[in-house]
Design a protein around this ligand. Structure first.
Ligand code: ADE
Ligand code: ZN
Length: 321
């Protein structure tokens, strides 16, 4: 079986971050919005480092001005994921870009995204669930608003709450209120941690009650933390291509995904923001095969780990296993 054809489960995909540059350029032209220097000479996204990436990302999102744009975005993103063999995906949706914390606006955006997901399930055979995601560098108040609207709309489609953005701003405990609120509403929890933050920050993030970690790769620096993650079955949403491009690791050869896996930590494979990092799920698998010699059985294990950690009901999970 070709790597593209392997049925894949992806747990870490930012919906806005998956917008192809042509899609963003097209919307900007339609709406006569001037985008400030986010594209390189080849038409791809341009950024120098992680901080610059976050600014460019926010700028690109300024053209996503209504539910209709999110319907079109979701259809485009899911069609591309399905092309690469993804059968189930969890997408991070940021209330900050969908009405800025206004509940009635958020309901409209979410309905459009859910409609697109349902149409994609019918047409492309891919199942999607949403994780409402606070953006840390937008501040604590924005995070609380994101948690509030997420809590109001928790259900079969919106199944999780998470946090992305500039990991080193503030301490994880600053966001405990938001995570508590989301948890009380029945949302499952994940957060970006250990992409840039040290093992202590990962521990503080675990104290928020998360079941999974976005990235989590710096856990490798602390063998006791690695054992703890393995014992507790904390699943890592690993995005190796993102880590290489953003320079969270120096190169593929030194990426810790295999060492984490061999220590018993449940690792899964995702793309994060594929067009920003010039990646796809197929490309991630190809790079893991080239670097570590991973074969179909290795990918079967990561996909089973992903299905087991998915924020969906058991019937949906059993159907993708
Ligand atoms: N938002 C989108 N991609 C991200 C990443 N890799 N880290 C933190 N926040 C993000
Ligand atoms: Zn991410």
């Amino acid at each position: 079986m070709s790597l593209r054809d392997i049925p894949k489960v992806e747990l870490h995909l930012h919906l806005e971050g998956a917008a192809p540059p042509d899609f963003i350029r097209g919307l900007a032209a339609e709406k006569r919005i001037r985008l400030d220097g986010i594209f390189d000479a080849d038409g791809g996204y341009e950024f120098r480092d992680f901080a610059h990436f976050l600014r460019q990302y926010d700028e690109a999102c300024t053209v996503l001005t209504g539910p209709e744009e999110f319907y079109r975005l979701t259809r485009a993103v899911l069609a591309e994921s399905a092309f690469h063999g993804v059968i189930y995906t969890e997408a991070f949706l940021s209330p900050d870009f969908c009405g800025g914390g206004d509940l009635s606006a958020w309901r409209d955006y979410l309905a459009a995204i859910q409609q697109a997901a349902s149409d994609a399930e019918r047409d492309d055979g891919i199942v999607m669930r949403g994780i409402a995601t606070a953006v840390r560098h937008h501040g604590r108040d924005a995070c609380r608003k994101a948690a509030r609207v997420a809590a109001e709309t928790a259900g079969d489609f919106l199944t999780g709450f998470g946090m992305a953005g500039a990991e080193l701003e503030g301490r994880p405990g600053d966001f405990a209120y938001s995570f508590d609120l989301a948890k009380e509403a029945g949302l499952r929890l994940t957060a970006h941690a250990g992409e840039w933050g040290d093992p202590q920050r990962i521990r503080e993030t675990l104290a928020l009650g998360v079941e999974r970690l976005g990235h989590g790769i710096r856990a490798i620096e602390d063998p006791r933390l690695v054992d703890d993650l393995a014992d507790r079955g904390i699943t890592l949403e690993v995005c190796p291509g993102s880590n290489v491009v953003l320079q969270a690791v120096d190169n593929w050869d030194v990426h810790p995904i295999e060492r984490l896996r061999d220590a018993g930590v449940p690792v899964t494979i995702s793309t994060d923001d594929p067009p920003f990092f010039h990646t796809t799920m197929t490309a991630e698998y190809e790079n893991l095969q080239r670097t570590f010699g991973w074969q179909e059985a290795d990918f079967r294990d990561t996909n089973i780990a992903a299905a087991n950690a998915a924020f969906c009901d058991t019937a949906t999970r059993d159907a993708i296993l």
